[in-house]
Design a binder for this molecule. Structure first.
Ligand code: FAD
Ligand code: NAD
Length: 326
């Protein structure tokens, strides 16, 4: 017996169909939409529940099939699946690269510019914090995934010794589980289409959303002429993937990186201080008045807020700025 629930938030409800052979059940969801990528479909199968969610534009289409008996579920919240910690590697003195493995029955690809929530039980309560998946390195090619799908998700996470969530995350042993939500976020990949100049302003772990944006832009945007990253940190020891960034700048002449330190040692000969109009006006040189530009911004809230104001004062329009926030 098969019972099903079809939930939708979009203007028209999609229909679906299924057919079966001895070894395979195929479920077809008719969305009447073109250009659906693998990263717009999330599939989970657990016990007797099968769930397929398609995210198209601002709408989410959900098909949930319960095998053998009816199931009840709250469709309003984010869906979580348990992922296993596969590896954990030091990146700086306080930041680590975590690799999580999706369950074999899940297909999930986090779109460029989006984040997920990680969930752990801490002293009896489920605690949730947002994190932005990255590539395993700046040199991993950004290709359309080929099946079998990519089962690993990577995160660069800074451990705050006095923090609530990250010390618990850091305590996990290889093989332990952490729950991972569906992706969220308002970055739209089409913002990168036809782009000529891409400017990335990142502070501390605010670098994480820039990783996939940078990787995607360099591999998939033929019009791209220049990508410049201005990376704000306290000290040289805090810079995430510094040698990879320098290698990438050496290898790909379209890419430039500049480090700005707010608490450097006396040996530092590079740029210093917080984000400022002077730093930005020197850095944000567009090729021409008509060139298509995007400036991405991410870091601590005061950094992002001050940066946004400075960019408006420098006459960049709303469409030319994307700030990553929760
Ligand atoms: P918290 O308990 O939140 O504390 C953080 C720091 O603030 C600690 O040093 C703590 O001592 C201090 N603190 C806490 N409360 C106070 C207080 N009242 N007064 C003064 N100081 C205080 N982080 C990453 O590392 N990687 C990512 O990819 C990433 N992606 C993110 C994506 C989004 C959309 C957002 C919004 C945030 C992201 N973050 C990311 C940040 C992450 O969600 C957490 O905020 C971070 O990991 C800290 O969590 P925590 O519970 O360990 O620390
Ligand atoms: P940090 O404390 O190491 O600071 C890094 C740099 O940020 C500093 O060197 C300085 O240049 C700048 N900065 C810090 N405080 C500032 C202030 N008051 N005014 C102006 N500039 C300031 O940073 P961190 O501990 O790595 O924190 C990174 C932050 O980025 C976190 O708050 C995290 O939540 C946020 N983050 C957000 C997203 C997102 O929204 N998508 C993603 C990743 C990280």
């Amino acid at each position: 017996q098969v019972t099903d629930t079809l939930a939708k938030e979009g203007p028209s409800s999609p229909s679906y169909d299924w057919f079966q052979t001895d070894s395979l059940v195929t479920i077809v969801i008719y969305t009447k939409q073109k250009d659906i990528n693998l990263d717009s479909v999330i599939v989970d199968h657990r016990d007797d529940s099968f769930r397929a969610e398609t995210v198209i534009k601002d709408y989410s289409y959900l098909v949930h099939v319960a095998l053998s008996h009816e199931i009840q579920e709250d469709f309003s919240g984010l869906f979580y699946r348990k992922c296993q910690l596969v590896s954990k590697e030091d990146v700086t003195h306080d930041t680590k690269l975590f690799c999580l493995m999706l369950p074999p029955s899940t297909h999930l690809e986090v779109p460029v510019g989006q984040h997920v929530y990680l969930r752990l039980p801490i002293t009896g309560t489920e605690i949730v914090k947002p994190y932005t998946p990255v590539c395993d390195s700046l040199f991993s090619e950004f290709k359309e995934p080929v099946l079998p799908n990519n089962i690993y998700i990577y995160f660069l996470i800074k451990i705050y010794p006095a923090g609530f969530f990250t010390p618990e995350l850091d305590q996990l042993q290889i093989g332990d589980y952490v729950s991972v939500s569906n992706p969220e976020g308002n970055f739209i990949i089409s913002q990168l289409q036809e782009l000529e100049d891409l400017f990335l302003l990142a502070a501390g772990t605010g670098f994480t959303p820039m990783v996939k944006v940078l990787n995607y832009a360099l591999t998939n945007i033929p019009s791209l002429r220049k990508v410049k990253l201005m990376f704000f940190n306290k000290t040289e020891d805090d810079i995430i993937w510094r040698s990879q960034l320098e290698k990438l700048a050496f290898k790909d002449k379209r890419f430039e990186v500049e480090f700005v330190l707010s608490a450097p040692t006396s040996e530092w000969s590079g740029k210093q201080g917080y984000i400022s109009p002077a730093l930005l006006s020197e850095f944000l040189k567009r090729r021409s008045d008509t060139s298509k530009v995007l400036i991405c911004l991410c870091g601590p809230t005061p950094f992002t807020e001050q940066g946004m104001k400075m960019l408006h004062d420098l006459n960049f329009s709303k469409d030319e700025i994307h700030s990553f926030t929760a």
